[in-house]
Design a protein around this ligand. Structure first.
Ligand code: COA
Length: 257
């Protein structure tokens, strides 16, 4: 397990806490591998009734580690990030997310695959993929236009506009907005613990039924996005944008036709 992912167990609730505060919980390959492995184990362990995913009370995650993107871009379906995404997509038990502060890139798109999402008022969600020379990922190009309409999805996915906790709640991306990080984590934990009182197989059946419509289409879109994302990561546009982030300067796309 990565030192940057803390795994806590409280009765039937497994909590996965991102813990890399100096880099705003940016996700490395080791962290994706740790998260994927913890989810797989939770799937097999019949005592685990639900999973809580959090970055603590200050920051959810700044998304994929940008240095990793430059030095070791994920190359295919067996890369850590894509394996993690597949495990999350296929996870049969309820997953609850508690989001405070920044939730960038995959930090926002993974929420679309959680079952309950609680956000703090200061949450700052953002999907800057196109600004980074990349493309939407993890089914967001299908899910968000259907959820929000094409026009609003364009603001979020092409322009990469940030939005807050209240908007996430109003748009149906989150269940509820809470005043601060501590209240958000407490609410998410309370709701996740609630699954313990329910009949476990009935919960699994309910989740499977709700996730079933359009699932194979969504899986195909996720694969198509992942293949394009891998190509775009090696594109000169993305290399310029990612290098600009590391060098703390604005990206300059003026030389690209
Ligand atoms: N990958 C690697 N390092 C990251 C990172 C990322 N995704 N996000 C932040 N960091 C690092 C910064 O480089 C900085 O490192 P340093 O102290 O060694 O210089 C540290 O984390 C703190 O980040 P900083 O930007 O100074 O904090 P902030 O509070 O001003 O802003 C964010 C926080 C999350 C809003 C900002 O860092 C950000 O926008 N990051 C997003 C990067 C991104 O585009 N991710 C999506 C990838 S698809």
């Amino acid at each position: 397990m990565s030192e940057h992912v803390l795994v806590e167990r409280e009765r039937g609730l497994l909590t996965l806490r991102l813990n890399r505060p100096d880099k705003k919980n940016a996700l490395t390959r080791a962290m994706y591998a740790g998260l994927g492995e913890a989810l797989s184990q939770a799937e097999r362990d019949s005592d685990v009734r639900a999973v809580l995913l959090t970055g603590g009370t200050e920051c959810f995650t700044s998304g994929n580690d940008v240095a990793d993107f430059i030095q070791a871009p994920p190359t295919g379906p067996d890369s850590e990030v894509f394996r993690f995404m597949r495990t999350l997509f296929d996870f049969a038990k309820p997953i609850v997310a508690a989001v405070s502060g920044p939730a960038v890139g995959i930090g926002t798109t993974l929420l679309l695959h959680c079952d309950l999402v609680y956000v703090s008022r200061d949450a700052r969600l953002k999907m800057p993929f196109v600004s980074l020379g990349l493309c939407p990922e993890f089914g967001s190009s299908l899910i968000l236009p259907r959820l929000l309409g094409h026009a609003r999805a364009t603001e979020l996915l092409l322009l990469g506009e940030a939005f807050g906790g209240e908007q996430a709640e109003a748009w149906g991306i989150a269940n509820q907005v809470l005043d601060d990080g501590a209240a958000t984590l407490a609410k998410a934990r309370e709701m996740a613990l609630g699954f313990q009182r329910l009949a476990p197989t009935a919960v699994l059946d309910g989740k499977r039924l709700m996730r079933a419509p359009g699932r194979e289409e969504l899986r195909r879109v996720i694969e198509e996005e992942a293949a394009l994302f891998g190509q775009r990561l090696r594109s000169p546009e993305a290399i310029e944008a990612l290098s600009a982030f590391m060098q703390r300067r604005p990206a300059d796309f003026s030389r690209f036709a």
